[in-house]
Design a binder for this molecule. Structure first.
Ligand code: SF4
Length: 348
């Protein structure tokens, strides 16, 4: 049946057996500490499991409890997060930990309504923590779960919010006597491993009941998804050395890549790119270290990495601070991925 009726018990039994056989081992699998689940789920947003594992392990060594995180500071959090991308997640974890310690004595709240008040916690994270930590029947609907269920039930909605609601309704009816914590993880794992964008459907536990598969329309679901063509921005990143140090500048406390340290840079859509060098007392040298590229969620960047020197004092109203950093200092601050690549290119 299309729509949001329950998944029948036999089909769920197949899913849970499939999950028992195929689930991946992860350091947080089987965890019931809400703090650890919260951290792992935030790290996993937009990021592959293999990338997250070493970050998670390092994080837990440094911040083993929510109180140790709440007592930390932005610099330390960004340092641990550097290279993981989507840096606002790290800032929100710090704010969230402080909020939970202030408002809930360090205990992750146990209702969706209260969980949604934590900075950075949306419907997915709330559902994931409440179900996995406390075993509450709270759907956790991420992109993988949406893909599976919109295919399985041929969900005909085309607006993303309606698809998400319809999927959450079906997940909410899929628990039967199975534990919600494992059912939610089974749906996610099926989307990550089996019901991938171009799946081979025959080994799927739902192959005999999947509406999209039976009608040959797997590629059409979820409906309404458009292929995003990301706009391309170009720019120049400058390597400015002095003795054995390099000039690093600090981004403002709000906005994209907040509080991170980066190399001086200019983009073709900056307010006045032609006067950038003059305004910052920079003189380009003839050395080029090549090109670095990175894709953010809304645009792609391609930057040439060039050497420059200062012809006067550093001055800028775009960055909030600057420092001449040694290798040791550089290793201890959070930096955007693109700039880590640029530093490597320069050999610093
Ligand atoms: S049968 Fe194919 S499309 Fe349907 S849920 Fe399984 S993998 Fe996805």
């Amino acid at each position: 049946m299309p729509g949001t009726s329950a998944i029948d018990h036999r089909a769920m039994d197949h899913l849970m057996r499939w999950f028992d056989m195929h689930q991946r081992r992860m350091p947080w699998r089987g965890e019931s500490d809400p703090y650890r689940i919260w951290i792992s789920e935030v790290m996993l947003q937009q990021t592959q499991v293999a990338t997250v594992v070493p970050y998670y392990q390092k994080w837990m060594r440094r911040f083993p409890t929510i109180h140790s995180l709440a007592e930390s500071n932005t610099e330390s959090v960004m340092e641990l997060w550097q290279g993981l991308g989507y840096y606002s997640r790290a800032g929100n974890l710090l704010l969230g930990a402080r909020y939970i310690c202030d408002q809930h004595q360090g205990h992750f709240p146990q209702t969706r309504q209260e969980a949604l008040r934590i900075p950075g916690v949306g419907e997915y994270i709330a559902g994931a923590v409440l179900s996995i930590a406390f075993n509450y029947p709270e759907p956790a609907v991420d992109g993988n779960v949406i893909r599976v269920l919109s295919r399985l039930r041929a969900i005909s909605e085309s607006s993303p919010s309606r698809i998400r609601r319809a999927v959450a309704d079906i997940v909410g009816l899929s628990y039967w006597e199975f534990e919600p914590r494992w059912v939610n993880q089974a749906w996610m794992e099926l989307g990550a491993l089996q019901c991938i964008p171009h799946p081979a459907c025959t080994p799927c536990p739902f192959a005999t009941v999947c509406m999209a598969f039976s009608t040959g329309k797997v590629a059409e679901y979820p409906l309404g998804k458009k292929k995003k063509t990301l706009p391309l921005k170009r720019g120049i990143i400058y390597i400015v050395r002095r003795d054995n140090r390099i000039l690093m500048v600090k981004r403002p406390a709000a906005g994209l890549l907040a509080n991170l340290w980066e190399l001086p840079n200019v983009f073709d859509d900056d307010q006045d790119p032609s006067s950038f060098l003059e305004r910052h007392n920079l003189t380009p040298l003839s050395v080029s270290y090549g090109t670095v590229r990175h894709a953010y969620s809304h645009f792609k960047l391609t930057c040439e990495v060039r050497a420059a020197e200062l012809s006067g004092p550093w001055q800028s109203d775009r960055w909030v601070d600057h420092r001449w950093m040694s290798n040791t200092m550089l290793a201890a601050v959070g930096k955007p991925k693109l700039h880590i690549m640029a530093l490597r290119k320069s050999g610093f």
